[in-house]
Design a protein around this ligand. Structure first.
Ligand code: FES
Length: 167
């Protein structure tokens, strides 16, 4: 079983970083390391990014730069309800951008952020393979099809009241 070091990162990640350090260009494994950290903790905390920088021996500014550049890295914990709007082509042409805007307006957060109460986070996703249902939104494991911007406030109300989605 993996154990946490005094610095926070668990031993399996520390071991992976040590293996990377033995390779020719350890810094080229930075994205792989960050993926492992996010997989384990759900997001990249500042403390974990600092430890990655120190252990992989790359500048902290490089780690932060990579973490903020790639949209698939989260810098805050996910909300209880992770809302994901598909921005694949089929969904986009059917108005996914308007749906996304409606979520942003209704929740008062931008893409990649979590509401202050920790309830909702907002992400985008690539094609989910159910284009006939476009535009598609997922909230945790529940899939919503043919979502319109007008439905967004009601959808949020339903989720808040515990309908449809497991928290
Ligand atoms: S583009 Fe959204 S499900 Fe395919």
């Amino acid at each position: 079983m993996a154990t946490a070091t005094k610095d926070g990162l668990e031993s399996d990640i520390v071991k992976f970083i040590s293996q990377c350090r033995k390779k020719e260009h350890p810094e080229s494994y930075l994205i792989a390391v960050l993926h492992k950290v996010q997989e384990k903790y759900g997001y990249l905390s500042q403390d974990h990014m600092n430890e990655v920088a120190q252990r992989l021996q790359v500048p902290t500014s490089t780690v932060s730069g990579v973490a903020t550049f790639y949209h698939f890295f989260r810098l805050r914990p996910r909300g209880k309800y992770a809302i994901s709007v598909c921005l694949g082509t089929a969904c986009f042409v059917k108005g996914a951008d308007k749906v996304l805007n409606a979520f942003q307006t209704e929740l008062g957060i931008e893409m990649g952020e979590t509401t202050a109460d920790g309830l909702f986070s907002l992400e985008n996703t690539r094609c989910l393979g159910v284009c006939a249902l476009a535009p598609v939104v997922t909230i945790n494991d529940t899939v919503y099809s043919k979502v319109t911007a007008n439905q967004v406030p009601e959808l949020i109300r339903q989720v808040k009241s515990g309908k449809n989605v497991e928290g």
